[in-house]
Design a protein around this ligand. Structure first.
Ligand code: ADP
Ligand code: MG
Length: 331
């Protein structure tokens, strides 16, 4: 009898608890970490603190795993060994790496070779963002350009991949962050999270909406001034911005930044920044780099011909242009 009463009280108590919290208030749980050479913020909206923190930890772990696989600087990573064996022999990679390289080749075709993951040798030559940054001579650039060769990245039906070009080097800097964000996004979802935002240094993907059911509001930085150009509203999708103001140095009044045009071997000159709205962070990351190299006019024509992507391009004169579906609201 005592047990029966006790159970009733417990049930009643629980029932009341659930009644009162039929729509539990969700709180924001946020963390920041240094990963992928940038600051990665993850914000989760949830009524369950433990679940939120567990999910955030799992998402960071996934991003760290990806960095360990795709970084060309981490000795022992698959990309590191692929590059080390350029012009020597093929290496066996995981299906994840193979699929990523396959997509990277397709992105090269899509963008007329402007998005080119075999850009590594040029990135090293300029050393932008490192202590070795300098303006190389025309001769050095000319000698390096043949090493930027997407056709020399060979994939077959097996999981063996090779770079047949001696001195060739794969650099996933223009796409890796996007991929890592998509994987972290999926990890949050798998952990039962419904509302979240992941921001890796301006590469963003949203999950669901904000707590009030409204879209996430994302401020887009002005490429030349303090503050933001405006705000875009995003649900589910990804946003990425590539700019000439993130990693650069100035020499003799010229700005040299880290987005390199494979046609010239030099930093692309066609705009100040490109913001892309796309279904996935990988697409947004890749397209922001590629459209930056295309420049404002060709870049906008390219974007208007793609489905499901929108862009804002800030031209060399600082004027923004927008694709038909890109809505920038006031701050
Ligand atoms: P960020 O990494 O600052 O977000 P991007 O997404 O625009 O900027 O990527 C720039 C990085 O992409 C460079 O640091 C380099 O690693 C790589 N990269 C540079 N030029 C190219 C190119 N033409 N194609 C593909 N990747 C490139
Ligand atoms: Mg990019």
């Amino acid at each position: 009898m005592t047990l029966f009463l006790f159970s009733l009280v417990l049930l009643f108590g629980m029932g009341r608890y659930y009644y009162l919290h039929a729509q539990p208030r969700s709180e924001a749980f946020a963390q920041s970490r240094l990963l992928l050479d940038t600051v990665v913020d993850i914000q989760v909206l949830s009524s369950d603190e433990q679940r939120a923190n567990q999910a955030i930890a799992a998402a960071y772990a996934e991003m760290q795993r990806i960095e360990g696989v795709f970084s060309r600087y981490q000795e022992g990573s698959q990309i590191f060994s692929l590059n080390k064996n350029a012009g020597i022999e093929s290496v066996a990679v995981s299906s994840e790496v193979r699929d990523m390289l396959q997509r990277a080749k397709e992105y090269g075709l899509l963008t007329d070779g402007l998005f080119n993951v075999t850009i590594g040798a040029l990135v090293d030559l300029w050393g932008i963002g490192t202590e070795h940054e300098r303006v190389p001579s025309e001769n050095e650039i000319r000698q390096t350009l043949p090493r930027i060769n997407l056709a020399a990245l060979e994939l077959d039906q097996t999981q063996n991949v090779s770079i047949t070009q001696p001195g060739g080097s794969v650099d996933l800097g223009g796409i890796g962050k996007g991929y890592a964000i998509d994987r972290a996004w999926q990890t949050l979802k798998d952990q039962g999270i419904e509302k979240a935002l992941i921001n890796a240094g301006g590469n963003i993907r949203c999950l669901g909406t904000r707590a009030d059911g409204k879209p996430w509001r994302i401020g887009i930085r002005h490429p030349r001034q303090e503050g933001i150009l405006g705000v875009i509203e995003v649900t589910e999708k990804a946003v990425a911005t590539s700019g000439d103001y993130e990693r650069y140095f100035v020499k003799d009044g010229m700005r040299y930044h880290h987005i390199l045009d494979p046609r010239t071997g030099k930093p692309a000159q066609g705009c100040q920044s490109v913001t892309i709205l796309a279904p996935t962070a990988e697409m947004a990351d890749m397209l922001s780099t590629a459209v930056f190299i295309m420049g404002a006019d060709a870049g906008m024509r390219f974007i208007e011909a793609q489905r499901d992507v929108e862009a804002m391009i800030v031209g060399t004169d600082g004027t923004p242009v927008f694709s038909a579906g890109f809505v920038l609201s006031a701050k």
